[in-house]
Design a protein around this ligand. Structure first.
Ligand SMILES: Cc1ncc(COP(=O)(O)O)c(C=O)c1O
Length: 406
C-alpha cells in the first residue's frame, strides 16, 4: 500500500459554478428542459451507419491513416459552399475543422489573447464559452443585449472611454448573432455592420459563434458579421446541431494567418480524419435543405407547444421574446423573483431548467430561466412547464405568507 500525500494540481482551474439543474433528481418521468440537446429524432442513424460502412469500404486504408483520404477535402468543400449563403467567401487556407466548435472557441481565444488580456462578451452569454475564457485566464467584461441583440452602442461608448482614459482595450469580442444562447435573440443587420466597423477602428477581433444558424423557423438569413469584416472576424459553426454533437465536429473560418496560428495550438494532431470521411459521405447522401426543413419542423412544433403551455400555466406572469429558431426560450419572471429558489422544488416535481444567473459574469440577474425546446417531445414539454408553474406558485405563495408575517 502506498501512502498518498495530497497533490497540488496546476493553478489553472478557476472556480466554476456547479450547474445544479443538470443533476436530474430521480423521478420516474423527469422532463429535462435544461439540456441544450438535439432531438433524438434528428439523428439519422440508418444513413450514418451507411456512411460509416461506406467510409471503411471505399476509403478504409486512406481514412484510417494519419492524413486521411478525400473526406477532409470534401468537408471543407461543403463548408465553403454552405458559408456562401451567409455571404462568406473562403478558400481551404481560411478553414480549420475542429473538435466541436468548443475547440474553435478555445483555439481562437488562445490565438488572440494572452492571460490577463481583455475579452468582451454579451450579458447573458453561453456559459460553455465563459468557461473556456476562464481557462485561458483572460479578463472578461460584459455588455447587455436587447430585442435586437448586443447593445453595440454601449460597446462603442466603452471603446471610446477606454481609449480616452488609457484603459485596456479588448483583444476579442465574443458574440452569438443568430438564435443566441440563452436568449434566442438575433443581432440586427445594422448592429452587425457597426460591430465589424468597430473591430477595424479599435483593432480587435470579433469571435462570431454561429452554432444555430441553420435552425431558422422562417428559412431567412441575415449576412454574417464576417461578411462585413473578414480581416477582423473569426467565424465559427458546428455540425453538432445539424448532424449530431457526438461526432464532435465544428469549424472556424478566418484569415490565413489566424487559421495557421489556431492550427499550431491544436494539441490533438488533427480533428479525426476518419469521422470527416463519414461526415463527407453522409452529406453526399442527404438532401441537406430537406434535412434542415425536417429539423426545423420538429423544433418549431416543440417551440409552439412550449409557448402554448407557458400561456396556459403562467398567463401574464412571465415574458419572453418569441424564438425565431435555435434551441432556447428565455423566460423572464418579475424582477423580484429568484428563479434558483424554486429549482429544488422543480427537480423534485420532475422538471429541470437552467436558472439564468449562470449566464452572467457576476451571477447578478436572478429572474430568468433558460428552457430548451428541442430535446423533449410536445407532451413532455407541456408536463414540464406545468411542473415549473406549480413549483413557482408554491414559491410565490410561501413568499407572500412570509412577507405578511413580517
Ligand atoms: C452558442 C454555442 N456555441 C458553441 C457550442 C458548442 O458546440 P459544439 O462544441 O458541440 O460544436 C454550443 C453548444 O451548446 C453553443 O450553444
Amino acid at each position: 500500500m502506498h501512502q498518498l500525500t495530497e497533490f497540488s494540481f496546476s493553478k489553472r482551474f478557476p472556480e466554476l459554478p456547479l450547474i445544479s439543474a443538470a443533476l436530474a433528481e430521480e423521478h420516474p418521468d423527469f422532463v429535462p428542459l435544461s439540456f441544450g440537446f438535439p432531438a433524438k429524432e434528428s439523428f439519422l442513424i440508418p444513413l450514418l451507419s451507411e456512411a460509416a460502412v461506406s467510409a471503411l469500404q471505399t476509403q478504409g486504408l486512406e481514412s484510417l491513416q494519419y492524413t486521411g483520404g478525400t473526406g477532409p477535402k470534401k468537408v471543407n468543400e461543403w463548408i465553403k459552399k454552405r458559408s456562401e449563403l451567409r455571404s462568406i467567401q473562403s478558400e481551404n487556407e481560411n478553414i480549420l475543422v475542429t473538435s466541436g466548435s468548443m475547440q474553435a472557441i478555445d483555439l481562437a481565444t488562445r490565438t488572440l489573447a494572452d492571460p490577463g488580456d481583455h475579452v468582451w462578451i454579451e450579458a447573458p452569454s453561453f456559459f460553455g464559452a465563459i468557461r473556456q475564457f476562464s481557462l485561458a485566464e483572460v479578463e472578461l467584461t460584459s455588455f447587455p443585449i436587447d430585442e435586437d441583440g448586443l447593445r453595440v452602442d454601449l460597446v462603442e461608448q466603452a471603446l471610446i472611454e477606454a481609449k480616452v482614459k488609457g484603459k485596456p482595450m479588448p483583444k476579442m469580442f465574443y458574440v452569438m448573432p443568430n438564435y443566441h444562447n440563452p436568449t434566442g435573440v438575433n443581432l440586427s443587420l445594422a448592429r452587425r455592420k457597426k460591430l465589424a466597423e468597430l473591430a477595424y477602428e479599435y483593432n480587435f477581433y470579433v469571435l462570431e459563434d454561429d452554432a444555430y444558424v441553420e435552425l431558422s423557423f422562417s428559412g431567412g438569413f441575415v449576412p454574417s458579421i464576417y461578411s462585413f469584416g473578414p480581416e477582423r472576424v473569426i467565424y465559427i459553426s458546428t455540425f453538432s446541431k445539424i448532424i449530431a454533437p457526438g461526432i464532435r465536429m465544428g469549424w472556424a473560418i478566418a484569415g490565413e494567418q489566424v487559421i495557421n496560428k489556431m492550427r499550431m495550438l491544436k494539441s490533438d494532431g488533427s480533428t479525426s480524419v476518419f469521422v470527416q470521411e463519414i461526415v463527407s459521405q453522409f452529406l453526399a447522401k442527404i438532401d441537406f435543405e430537406q434535412h434542415v426543413q425536417y429539423l426545423t419542423s420538429i423544433y418549431r412544433a416543440r417551440k409552439d407547444a412550449m409557448v402554448r403551455s407557458i400561456h396556459e400555466y403562467f398567463g401574464n406572469e412571465v415574458s419572453y421574446q418569441m424564438p425565431e429558431g435555435g434551441f432556447f426560450l428565455w423566460l423572464t419572471f418579475p424582477a423580484e423573483v429568484d428563479t434558483s429558489e424554486f429549482m429544488e422544488k422543480s427537480l423534485k416535481n420532475g422538471v429541470g431548467y437552467l436558472d439564468g444567473k449562470h449566464f452572467y459574469l457576476q451571477n447578478d440577474e436572478l429572474n430568468h430561466i433558460r428552457l430548451s425546446f428541442t430535446f423533449c417531445d410536445e407532451e413532455q414539454i407541456r408536463r414540464g412547464i406545468q411542473r415549473i408553474a406549480e413549483s413557482y406558485n408554491d414559491y410565490k405563495n410561501n413568499r407572500e405568507v412570509l412577507e405578511e408575517a413580517l
